[in-house]
Design a protein around this ligand. Structure first.
Ligand code: NAD
Length: 534
């Protein structure tokens, strides 16, 4: 469950962990390939976005040759791991979940420093990582046993009753092989853990390639896998540059599956490369799961409860500084409530405390790095051309210390404006007029993406229409649009938001396996003589 910071013991645990972790920052992490730890000449330096001069840690930066080595090791480990029973594999995942519970606040504290996640965001990410371990452990047991088809499964009066006496049929699943897991920094433990454990539970071996901005929390995950006794080579840790080690993994003919979460350009490039490599190989067609960006909207209907709508938009737009794929970056507001909603929205957003992520009162922390900072600043300039700036929260002296940008709101934005169409990934919201629900739904659907969306309305007829016509992967009615929970809100989008089925949902594991049907003729004609039985 989420941590309740209203309880004193939770606050004390977090404070203590922050102090402990802060004192231990700055260590160096090497690559892990099988049983060996390797160092490299080039290093990655992970810094605290709340305080630019604080080094969270350094890591080796894997080369293309090391990617090659890791794939060979993962391939060698595959046979034994795939033959390990699914119950045993699930047990490793549950032990990993327990290890995360045991060091819960230390992991969260590390994310506070490495990714600028405020307390609730950081602890939420650890909860989600634990949920993924537990969920995929159970889901793999359900899936991997396979299921009878034809006779046993058939219902008597069902048209699909293909019962054949004297024949047993079974649908089963095999692991795909070596999986490259390429992860983003914004849910640095949860997403990396989710993709990795899904691959492991289904019998694949894994090479983890964390984002350049969050390799230290990923190193902790690798340590957990070692601590729980996962056989060497089953998971390998390969931090490094996306364009070098990431690309080398994608291109490798022995990588059967690429589980990627990140930006649209990189996801599409991976999909293209995987197809090209598959075309020139006689080995396999690579499977790509690519979860990508969003340009998510919340519609505020004329009869919406504005107290709820303001709170929902503010939380969705500015939580973790808008750096969630699910974040709201467009509010589409019906004319009849436009002015009233805006007045409240602006004041609510203005009141959000901006500050370093380790300060418990912070809601809006820093953005991840200098590149993000520059990109968002340039979009703010664009916003000034494309709309009316009604909020540009000043961050004062914090600007010297870290990558801080306060909440920004632009109103009267055209639905086709760049700030209404391009994923910005920062604390910036475009507010758009709509005459009625028809127009609001048209605007909401008119982007390249289809990830999350929200509707605040008190009209049952409008809610029904939203449920049918609002084309997004995760639709939220009368609540905020971020914070999907594993199992409860299986998560992921379509169109340019991704190819893949719903992390934390019942179909997710199917992408990590190949289906196989086994048919046995059970009408034996005689028996083998005993001397031939071994
Ligand atoms: P990114 O695409 O820059 O990087 C993601 C990963 O890809 C990193 O590990 C990076 O090193 C690697 N990479 C970069 N170039 C590569 C290449 N040529 N070949 C192989 N790998 C390469 O994304 P990011 O900035 O880390 O994350 C933010 C993005 O992720 C946003 O667009 C956000 O919407 C998206 N996201 C989507 C979801 C989802 O579930 N749909 C979840 C979280 C984040």
């Amino acid at each position: 469950p989420p941590v309740d910071f209203a309880k004193e013991e939770s606050r004390q645990a977090m404070e203590a962990a922050l102090q402990k972790v802060r004192e231990q920052l700055g260590k160096h992490q090497r690559l892990v390939i099988g049983e060996e730890h390797h160092d490299t000449q080039e290093k990655l330096t992970s810094i605290d976005p709340s305080q630019k001069d604080r080094v969270v840690g350094t890591t080796a930066s894997a080369t293309a040759e090391q990617a090659e080595q890791a794939v060979a090791i993962a391939k060698a480990a595959l046979g034994k791991w795939a033959a390990t029973s699914v119950e045993e594999r699930a047990d490793y995942l549950r032990r990993a979940a327990q290890a995360m519970r045991d060091q819960f606040f230390d992991l969260a504290a590390l994310e506070v420093y490495e990714c600028g996640k405020p307390w609730r965001e950081a602890t939420g990410d650890i909860c989600e990582a634990i949920d993924f371990c537990e969920y995929y452990a159970a889901a793999a047991i359900d899936l991997m046993g396979g299921s009878p088809t034809g006779s046993e499964a058939a219902i008597e009066d069902d048209a699909r009753n293909f019962d054949a006496p004297g024949e047993d049929n079974r649908l089963t699943y095999l692991p795909r092989g070596v999986a490259a897991v390429i992860a983003p920094w914004n849910f640095p433990l949860a997403i990396l853990t989710g993709m990795t454990t899904a691959a492991l539970a289904t019998g694949n071996t894994v090479i983890m390639k964390p984002a350049e901005q969050s390799p230290i929390i990923a190193a902790r995950l690798m340590e957990i896998f070692i601590e729980i006794g996962l056989p060497p080579g089953v998971v390998n840790y390969l931090p490094g540059r996306g364009e070098t080690v990431g690309a080398a993994l994608v291109e490798h003919p022995d990588v059967a599956l690429i589980a990627f979460t990140g930006s649209r350009p990189v996801g599409l490039a991976i999909n293209r490369t995987a197809a090209e490599v598959s075309a020139s190989s006689n080995n396999m067609v690579k499977r790509v799961i690519a979860e990508m960006g969003g340009k998510n909207a919340i519609i505020v209907d004329s009869d919406a409860d504005l107290d709820e709508a303001v709170a929902g938009v503010v939380k969705s737009a500015f939580g973790y500084s808008g750096q969630k794929c699910s974040a709201c970056s467009r509010a589409i507001v019906l004319d009849s409530v436009y002015d009233q909603f805006l007045d409240r929205l602006v004041e609510a957003a203005r009141s959000l405390p901006v500050g370093p992520a380790d300060d418990p009162k912070t809601i809006v922390g820093p953005v991840i790095d200098s590149q993000s900072f520059d990109r968002i600043q340039s979009y703010i300039e664009v916003g000034r051309q494309e709309g009316r700036e009604v909020l540009a929260a000043d961050v004062g002296l914090l600007a010297k210390q870290g990558y801080f940008i306060g909440p920004h709101i632009f109103v009267d934005v055209s639905p086709n404006a760049r700030i209404a169409q391009e994923e910005i990934f920062g604390p910036m919201l475009a507010v758009i007029h709509a005459a009625d629900l028809d127009e609001a739904l048209d605007i909401a659907n008119a982007t390249d993406y289809a990830l999350t969306g929200g509707l605040f309305s008190r009209s049952p007829a409008h809610i029904d229409r939203g449920m049918v016509e609002y084309r997004v992967g995760n639709l939220y009615v009368n609540r905020n649009i971020t914070g999907a929970l594993v199992g409860r809100q299986p998560f992921g989008g379509f169109r340019m938001s991704g190819i893949g089925s719903k992390a934390g949902g019942p179909d997710y594991l199917l992408q990590f396996v190949v289906p196989r049907t086994i048919t046995e003729n059970t009408m034996r004609r005689g028996f083998a003589p005993p001397e031939l039985e071994s």
